[in-house]
Ligand binder design. Structure first.
Ligand code: TXE
Length: 487
């Protein structure tokens, strides 16, 4: 495949579109076009559906142990190609090499291995009812649609494909138009590992291309990772054919630091939850509530470590730990939020500027930014910024901070730092969030189901629950006595 033009991947090969629509992909750290992509036209989309239906017929009848074997091979190939694939993620997303080389490919491979392990464990139940009995079958759904966001392109494709394929489905995957390559490379790896043609197709394009398949009657389920607004559009479009949906959406999550917390760990968590992947992580703890009794110590250490330890630069430089935002538009959005924080009266305690690192002067970098003296009504407190912008507030009582933490339409994640174990479990049980951490932040092992409360999502990815979301249960009742009736 020439590196300058990426096409749609259908039935084991790259295919031409018939309307010549294309779009460019830009390296966020340089602002340069790196390759062009052919958008999927209607012909290509219908080809993808027919191919996925063919693939489903074969794959759903492939013994689970064989599906497991093939998925394990795919996981091993991903691990062998870790560095090559990580570099592609860095160039497409602008995220630091030091993250991608450790996280993006490995967490994708882990998911494929984990769901491969679960394959043969998928069993039905049986129960006697008098002389009769019933049993259940957990059957695949058919052709599923995965739609990815741009912050973890390969990982998101792996997380959706792993569960879908393990359950015996086929999947058509549309990556974000910002970061198309990772999913295509996964499709190549699956073919190399022995996944039959059509079981995992990759189509390219924007929301319109995605919407075509969301509305398509042959698609049984949609799994979206994206913004809340997109989730509402996709769910509405899916309603036309009553598709199953899994929605992994945005958040504005609280990170609560109690007065008995280990302050150094709490500072580490706050920096991870706001500056890792330059803040482009859905579960980020962007509302940092610090108890008034430890606020001064927390802020002193946070500012010193932000000044001394955050290195903004060329994402390919192993020393860089804060990379470029995904696009010029998104950089302007983040800078706009910073302006709104200042206009609303928050104190800009650190950063707030566009950065032009040596050699990356045309890249889309915003430095680590910290607001203090924020109030709950400010836009930077109510809306997802999806950039390296931390908003810090103080609180006095447990009841107060729980009420304020829950005062949001979102409910994706939450973190607590304290040493009083009773308080930790008492408070976390009252927080309206689906992914929670106590004295930790951001870890998301594939064994753990993840997903949001309230408007942050529907359903769960990963864990056994993630596998079940790609099956449907059939109950079969067997009459063992002569059937009688009143008619
Ligand atoms: O999302 P967008 P982005 C969230 C994160 C942030 C967002 C950033 O919180 O809100 O994702 O990613 C396609 N019909 N999460 O900007 O714009 C679009 O082409 C069908 C949460 O990419 O919503 C892209 O492929 N498809 C997550 C995808 O939707 C449509 C973790 C997402 O685009 C469409 C990571 C339409 N009408 C990021 N409109 C979690 N909770 O785990 C757009 N798309």
């Amino acid at each position: 495949m020439p590196s300058t033009l990426l096409k749609n991947f259908i039935h084991g090969r790259y295919v031409d579109n018939t309307d010549n629509t294309r779009f460019d992909v830009i390296n966020p750290s340089t602002g340069q076009v790196i390759y062009a992509v052919e958008s999927a036209c209607e012909n290509v989309l219908e080809q993808a559906v027919r191919s996925a239906q063919e693939g489903f017929k074969i794959w759903s009848k492939t013994p689970a142990i064989e599906r497991a074997r093939i998925l394990h091979r795919a996981a091993n190939i991903l691990r062998e190609r870790n560095d090559e694939l990580a570099k592609i993620e860095v160039i497409d997303t602008g995220k630091p090499w030091q993250e991608a080389v450790e996280v993006d490919v490995q967490t994708g491979a882990d998911a494929i291995e984990y769901f491969g392990n679960l394959c043969p464990s998928m069993m039905g139940e049986q129960q006697s009812v008098g002389n009769d009995f019933f049993y259940t079958r957990h059957e695949p759904l058919g052709v599923c649609l995965g739609i990815g966001a741009w912050n973890y392109p390969l990982q998101i494709a792996c997380w959706k494909a792993a569960a879908a394929l393990a359950a015996g489905n086929s999947m058509i995957f549309k990556p974000s138009e910002e970061t198309p390559r990772g999913a295509s490379l996964l499709a190549e790896v699956f073919i190399q590992a022995g996944v039959p043609e059509g079981v995992f197709n990759v189509i390219q394009g924007d929301g319109k291309v995605g919407n075509y398949l969301v509305e398509h009657p042959a698609i049984a389920k949609v799994s979206l990772t994206g913004e809340v607004g997109t989730g509402k559009k996709v769910m509405a479009a899916a309603a036309g054919t009553l598709k199953k949906v899994t929605m992994e959406l945005g958040g504005k999550s609280p990170l609560i630091v109690f007065e008995d917390a280990d302050i150094d760990e709490a500072v580490t968590a706050a920096m991870l939850a706001n500056f890792y992947t330059q803040g482009e992580v859905c579960t980020n703890g962007t509302r940092v509530f610090v108890h008034q009794d430890c606020y001064d110590t927390f802020m002193e250490r946070l500012l010193i470590r932000t000044r001394d330890n955050v290195i903004v630069g060329d994402p390919l430089n192993p020393a860089t730990n804060l990379g470029a935002l995904i696009s010029e538009n998104h950089m302007q959005t983040v800078l706009g939020y910073i302006e709104s924080g200042k206009n609303d009266g928050a104190t800009l305690a650190f950063g707030g500027e566009r950065i032009k690192p040596d050699g990356c002067e045309n890249g889309y970098f915003v430095g680590p930014t910290i607001f203090t003296h924020c109030t709950d009504d400010m836009r930077i407190i109510r809306e997802e910024i999806f950039g390296p912008v931390m908003s810090v507030m103080t609180f006095e009582t447990e009841e107060e901070v729980i009420q304020r933490a829950n005062d949001t339409i979102y409910g994706l994640a939450a973190g607590i730092f304290c040493t009083d174990i009773r308080r930790a479990h008492r408070v976390i049980a009252q927080l309206e969030a689906g992914i929670c951490w106590i004295n930790a932040y951001g870890n998301s092992p594939v064994e753990m189901p993840v997903g949001g409360y309230k408007q942050s999502g529907i359903g769960r990815e990963n864990g056994i629950e993630g596998l079940k979301s790609y099956t449907q249960t059939k109950s079969i009742y067997v009459g063992m006595d002569k059937l009688e009736g009143p008619f």
